[in-house]
Design a protein around this ligand. Structure first.
Ligand SMILES: [Zn+2]
Length: 236
């Protein structure tokens, strides 16, 4: 039933997206065509980020200022006055300098403005779209951390942070999306009996705690000495 409900709503949401994009002056037909061509391998975290960009949803102080909440802050990277907006971030000299280096490694042309690329207005191939989204999703996360910690990273530090986010996507909640088969394969299984060795048993959890949302991780394990039969299947 949920599947049918979801399918029935697709046309409504597509129209909503079209209207939102067009209201900002972008070509909605191109964007919808681009969304359909986004590679299947694009992680879900990057898809959410892309959707936020398409809906003008990234929460910057510039957006808050338009509804009367505080001033527009400086750019977290180049410290331009009033630069805390998505429009500036997409053209920020510091950000584009890092993009140039990363894109050159992938033999991609340099960007002068990331917004048209993220709004899928060109004819970029799937790999280029994935790379652009990955870089800017990382920059967006790094920006949030810099603002929270009130630090201004040097160009070199920023480059390292972005590279680290790309190398370790779980740091920015953008792990590659696994399908049902790979999830089943990765499931923990009881280890096979191993003669002459004890079998370790362990469990762990990491959940948000209270309203702060901080995660606390924990783990535990138990081990039983091997018996004469060489098994360690449970407490003696
Ligand atoms: Zn800037």
């Amino acid at each position: 039933m949920y599947k049918a409900m979801r399918a029935a709503e697709v046309a409504i949401w597509r129209e909503y997206l079209r209207a939102r994009v067009q209201a900002k002056g972008w070509d909605a037909q191109r964007l919808v065509r681009g969304v359909r061509a986004v590679p299947r391998t694009l992680p879900q975290g990057h898809r959410w980020f892309l959707l936020k960009v398409h809906l003008n949803a990234p929460m910057t102080s510039s957006r808050m200022a338009t509804v009367g909440h505080g001033p527009v802050l400086r750019c977290a990277f180049c410290r331009t006055d009033g630069g805390e907006s998505w429009q500036h971030l997409a053209r920020c000299g510091v950000v584009l300098s890092i993009c140039d280096d990363l894109f050159a490694m992938g033999r991609m042309p340099p960007l002068h403005d990331a917004l048209p690329a993220l709004m899928l207005q060109g004819d970029a191939d799937g790999a280029s779209v994935s790379a652009t989204v990955a870089v800017f999703a990382s920059i967006w996360r790094v920006r949030a951390s810099c603002n929270r910690l009130q630090i201004v990273p040097s160009l070199e530090s920023l480059r390292r942070l972005v590279e680290q986010s790309l190398d370790c996507p779980w740091l920015v909640r953008c792990e590659p999306t696994s399908d049902r088969r790979s999830r089943r394969q990765a499931r923990l299984r009881e280890p096979a009996a191993c003669p002459g060795a004890a079998i370790y048993r362990s469990d762990g959890a990491s959940r948000g705690q209270g309203i702060a949302g901080d995660s606390l991780g924990g783990w535990g394990s138990a081990v039983w000495a091997p018996t004469e039969r060489g098994l360690g299947e449970g407490p003696p």
